[in-house]
Write a protein that binds this ligand. Structure first.
Ligand SMILES: CC(C)(COP(=O)(O)OP(=O)(O)OC[C@H]1O[C@@H](n2cnc3c(N)ncnc32)[C@H](O)[C@@H]1OP(=O)(O)O)[C@@H](O)C(=O)NCCC(=O)NCCS
Length: 161
């Protein structure tokens, strides 16, 4: 089990650790400028491990919010601490916080091949509502290939919970 897990809103000084997390644990890293933009323009939460003397950021969720909808842009958990429920906890904090702000529907899209993430979303009650063919490019070793894969669109109505 992981000791001392805390989930909180991200602050400006989290930028560098989040950039590192994105670079090391996101299979399709956003890069510095997109991460910085997300911290300024979206709602962001981080998962921290450790005590008051030493903490490290091992998870990040960023989401947009427009009127009564909130869309997940990215969730990433450090590869070394996966399958311990951290993403589920982080998603629940997002859900509960935006619900209190008046959001009634959550949206997200995910690569069709990302079965782990799809399983996470389904376990929280998200329902598949659409599929965008050839939406994502498939990258291999930094090179962009001609192949594409579909995006799966999921939603969750908060009132239904
Ligand atoms: C997807 C991701 C965020 C999941 O993080 P995590 O902390 O390991 O997820 P959790 O431990 O909270 O998993 C909760 C449930 O989701 C499902 N799940 C998560 N990862 C899974 C995997 N690799 N394979 C199958 N099911 C998975 C399971 O149902 C799991 O419950 P269980 O462990 O009791 O079986 C993590 O793998 C990640 O950062 N991936 C890279 C970035 C990414 O793809 N983000 C999603 C697209 S934005």
């Amino acid at each position: 089990m992981i000791p001392s897990v805390s989930i909180r809103l991200a602050v400006e000084s989290d930028l560098l650790p989040i950039i590192q997390l994105d670079a090391l644990s996101n299979p399709h890293p956003w890069g510095e400028s997109l991460v910085a933009d997300a911290l300024q323009t979206r709602k962001n939460w981080v998962v921290e491990l450790g005590d008051a003397t030493q903490k490290s950021i091992v998870g990040w969720l960023t989401a947009s919010m427009v009127l009564d909808q909130s869309e997940l842009e990215l969730i990433v958990i450090d590869s070394s601490v996966r399958r311990q429920g951290l993403a589920r906890q982080l998603m629940m904090v997002w859900l509960e916080t935006v619900a209190q702000l008046g959001v009634s529907e959550l949206l997200l899209e995910v690569r069709e091949s990302n079965l782990g993430a799809i399983s996470l979303y389904e376990s929280l009650g998200f329902e598949l509502v659409g599929r965008r063919k050839n939406y994502y490019q498939i990258e291999k070793k930094g090179q962009i290939e001609q192949d594409h894969e579909a995006a799966c669109l999921f939603t969750l109505k908060i009132e239904s919970l």
